[in-house]
Design a binder for this molecule. Structure first.
Ligand code: SF4
Length: 377
């Protein structure tokens, strides 16, 4: 634990907080979006907002993969499990995401659907090997971090000649989502919270590197600092962003150099390029249709594509009207702005996707921040 503890040291956190306070200008505000759910979790868990001056506002972005999965895609997965006789394998957090008709994958399982929780795409592949008489579908979700293991599973399935294994691919891409937050038609129509800078994702950047953000920083003139998930990483990234903003710079800097390079993991990128191609458009929960923001399986691997094998058709489904997940994922509202927060909607009984995963803004605030609300209100 020594290595981790060094990144959680309270004394050092106070030193960085003092540097941030000293360098923050009183005549301006700083709106900083942390895109990644891992950062949202760290900020809530370690109370980092309390260490910052009032004119620095941290805004939660759409970086939790479970939160951004639209209802229609979960409906598709439920249909496969409930009505098509498949074994549906997926990550644990996907099981409780609310879908249409009061269902979730977990509730579908209670109704007899064969839904299995797996820890990896390799587990899903093993299920298919162990059950040659059954169709096994891996419900694959996530950002660039989880995409390479899915590609590995597909390539492995081909090598093994595994005919009863397919992937329902829902992998999405980070840079397109960040761009969408800044320039989508909704933003032009309704406006959005001002965003001055971004804390760039950690795990995602280990795969794609820091390079893809360079065009972004240049085009939108917003500084980006790639940061690790530990509290001192986040504090240091905020200090670096404050400095960039004060100096009028908009560059990509890398606080997480112990894991992220400019090029990223080229081997993983090549593998992803071998198996996947861009989708023209993909619906994100909270962001609507985002052009070129997701991947689908290439025709070469069509035999392992669940969308083709089962003729899956996507239908968009509106969120529960009372749920503010959409506005929260865009940074327009905070969890405590939702009327259902902490009453009807809790991690045990989530009404919206932001309350499901520990990386979701509502779940993070419910777990670590709601007592502070009670004290300050
Ligand atoms: S509290 Fe629940 S219902 Fe409200 S925005 Fe969060 S997840 Fe959605």
């Amino acid at each position: 634990m020594k290595y981790i503890n060094e990144f959680r040291d309270g004394k050092t956190a106070r030193v960085i907080a003092a540097a941030i306070a000293a360098e923050t200008r009183a005549d301006r505000s700083y709106h900083i979006m942390e895109f990644c759910g891992g950062h949202t979790h760290a900020i809530s868990r370690y109370g980092l907002s309390d260490l910052l001056p009032d004119n620095i506002r941290l805004i939660h972005g759409p970086g939790c993969p479970v939160c951004v999965l639209p209802i229609g895609r979960i409906d598709n997965a439920i249909d496969l499990a409930l009505n098509r006789g498949v074994i549906l394998a997926t990550y644990g957090d996907c099981l409780r995401v609310p879908a249409s008709g009061g269902l979730s994958l977990l509730k579908a399982k209670a109704r007899g659907a064969d839904v299995r929780m797996v820890y990896s795409s390799a587990d899903a592949l093993k299920l298919a090997q162990d059950h040659p008489e059954r169709e096994v579908v891996f419900f694959a979700i996530g950002f660039e971090t989880t995409t390479p293991p899915t590609a590995v599973a597909i390539v492995q399935a081909e090598k093994l000649g595994l005919k009863n294994f397919t992937v329902f691919c829902n992998h999405v891409l980070t840079p397109s989502a960040i761009a969408n937050i800044l320039e989508s038609p909704e933003v032009r129509l309704h406006g959005t919270v001002p965003l001055d800078a971004f804390i760039g994702p950690a795990h995602v950047s280990t795969v794609i590197g820091s390079q893809p953000y360079e065009h972004f920083a240049e085009e939108y003139e917003k500084p980006v600092v790639i940061a690790g998930f530990e509290p001192l990483d986040v504090m240091q990234a905020i200090l670096m962003l404050v400095r960039q903003l004060n100096e009028g710079r908009a560059e990509v800097e890398n606080e997480f150099s112990r894991a992220v390079t400019r090029e990223g993991n080229v081997k993983a990128q090549n593998l992803v390029a071998e198996v996947f191609e861009l989708r023209k458009s993909f619906e994100w929960r909270g962001l609507n249709e985002v052009p070129y923001s997701a991947l689908r399986i290439k025709a070469k691997y069509a035999a392992w594509d669940a969308e083709r094998r089962f003729g899956i058709e996507y239908k968009s489904v509106a969120d529960n009207k009372a749920c503010e997940c959409g506005a929260i994922l865009r940074g327009l509202k905070r969890p405590q702005d939702c009327k259902l927060f902490g009453t009807v909607c809790t991690p045990e009984n989530p009404m919206g996707s932001c309350m499901v995963s520990s990386e979701g803004a509502c779940a993070a605030h419910y777990t670590y921040g709601r007592y502070k609300d009670a004290v300050t209100s």
